[in-house]
Design a protein around this ligand. Structure first.
Ligand SMILES: Cc1cc2nc3c(=O)[nH]c(=O)nc-3n(C[C@H](O)[C@H](O)[C@H](O)COP(=O)(O)OP(=O)(O)OC[C@H]3O[C@@H](n4cnc5c(N)ncnc54)[C@H](O)[C@@H]3O)c2cc1C
Length: 434
């Protein structure tokens, strides 16, 4: 029996009744493999359209990245818009950006319409700049408004430091469309919605293999089989060799979050906003207040999953004190890790793998809006309602580099981190001269 990790989210989760393990043969229109946000959203879209759905989860509902992430629900994708534009052209980039906004709206509307408990949605995200280049940030704001019809508010040094009491930050952009929330409670709420519409969720039921015969597929687990017309693969960063060529197209990348003790007025003096915050570095810090006076802080990516809580706590405490030295002495109460699936092109795998076989996965570090919209376009395709999934045609199953993939990813990451440090040091030197 799998257990949830020890995180802030599991300490504050709503009751989650354990689901049965699949035994014997069952039939469904669609079998969804993986019970993270991608799988749950796919199942929810499909049952809402009247399809019968069986979902297989290897562990527990939202046991993977979806139940342990930063909880930021923001526009955009893991890949930057400029790169998307270069690869797909302006029109497709605009259409993909619009989809990413629809993904944010799906989550907000689902919480509102179904009164999902314990999700605590809180509006606002600040993107902060750790070096003094406000002109560039204003140009970005203008371009987002002009090319993508997306408004953000520019905050100068005075305004940003009124909200965040640190000399590390120089400028910021505020996104009032994005929000942050409790991702595990959201997923548990969606799981109940699926069941209320007749969908069936099995836990502790990993798919071992998929056997296809004509237009029928048999999804095989250790003790049962799902006989279905369509299969949707939603394994995130946790899928193993049973996913075949899909597994060879993504890299599992680990990332980390800590939760501090209650810090009272010390924290409220350092962080005077309920907005979520992230800097714009390639390897960024991201954080938000929870329970009024605790800091939930995330950062770092590695190809080896560090699980030593003490080491994680030290690593992220250094990051916190680098920005807010006035919090010296803070205690970390929880530290946890999670895996994200990253394709080499940093966009998700959304599309067909063969007749009746679908991928809706590899959402990287930006899945809270993209998994729900990925799920929607796949569900529309299965039901013959739209071909919006074709917007992802340029992002196929590129090889992840095999045994050299992790080393290459870590090298690239270290290189990017050096670029961040270089840019920041140059700006600090410039500021000292003036
Ligand atoms: C620490 C951390 C912080 C993050 N912060 C943010 C954030 O603030 N905002 C944001 O947008 N994104 C964030 N992300 C990324 C986001 O969490 C992911 O992109 C998203 O959760 C992916 O959802 P998923 O359903 O594809 O994968 P997962 O949630 O990982 O779910 C995949 C599921 O598939 C199951 N599975 C695997 N193999 C099998 C099998 N053989 N049979 C059956 N089931 C199987 C797994 O057990 C797992 O439950 C973060 C990720 C991490 C790890």
């Amino acid at each position: 029996m799998s257990h949830y990790s020890n995180s802030y989210y599991t300490a504050t989760m709503r009751y989650a009744s354990p689901r049965q393990t699949l035994t014997g043969n069952v039939q469904a229109d669609v079998c969804v493999i993986g019970g993270g946000l991608a799988g749950l959203s796919t199942a929810w879209e499909l049952v809402s359209k009247g399809r019968s759905v069986v979902l297989l989860e290897a562990a527990r509902v939202a046991w993977g990245a979806s139940g342990r992430n930063g909880g930021f629900v923001l526009q955009g994708w893991s890949e930057g818009l400029s790169s998307i534009e270069r690869r797909c052209g302006t029109e497709t980039a605009r259409a993909l950006f619009k989809l990413s906004l629809e993904g944010v709206d799906i989550v907000r509307e689902t919480i509102d319409q179904h009164q999902l408990q314990g999700c605590a949605p809180t509006s606002g995200k600040l993107t902060v700049l750790r070096y003094d280049d406000g002109n560039n940030l204003q140009r970005l704001r203008d371009r987002m408004a002009k090319d993508f019809n997306f408004e953000m508010e520019y905050l100068d040094t005075h305004a940003i430091r009124a909200r965040l009491n640190t000399e590390r930050y120089f400028h910021g952009l505020r996104d009032s469309h994005g929000f942050h929330f409790h991702p595990l409670n959201y997923c548990l709420g969606v799981a109940e919605l699926i069941e209320a519409k007749g969908g069936v969720l099995y836990e502790n039921s990993p798919m071992i293999r998929v056997e296809s015969q004509g237009d029928r597929h048999h999804v095989v687990t250790q003790r049962g089989v799902v006989d279905c017309g369509n299969v949707v693969h939603c394994c995130g960063g946790y899928g193993g060799p049973e996913f075949g060529r899909l597994r060879r197209a993504f890299l599992p990348i680990a990332t980390y979050v800590v939760l501090t003790e209650h810090l009272g007025d010390r924290l409220r003096d350092a962080i005077r906003t309920t907005d979520a915050v992230g800097d714009n570095r390639r390897a960024s810090d991201y954080y938000r207040l929870v329970d009024g006076d605790r800091l939930l802080w995330g950062g770092h990516i590695t190809t080896r999953n560090v699980q030593d809580e003490k080491r994680l706590a030290n690593m992220l405490t250094d990051d916190i004190l680098n920005v807010f030295p006035q919090l010296r002495g803070l205690q970390i109460e929880k530290a946890w890790s999670g895996l994200m699936g990253y394709a080499r092109h940093k966009m998700p795998h959304i599309g067909t793998l063969g007749p009746g076989l679908w991928a809706c996965t590899s959402f990287g570090g930006h899945g809270m809006n993209t998994a729900p919209i990925g799920a929607r376009v796949v569900a529309e395709a299965i039901c013959g309602e739209s071909d919006r999934y074709r917007l992802f045609d340029a992002y196929g199953l590129e090889w992840n580099g095999g045994p050299f993939g992790p080393a290459a990813a870590q090298t690239v990451y270290t290189g990017l981190k050096l670029m961040d440090m270089f840019q920041e040091a140059r700006s600090t030197r410039r500021a000292a001269k003036h």
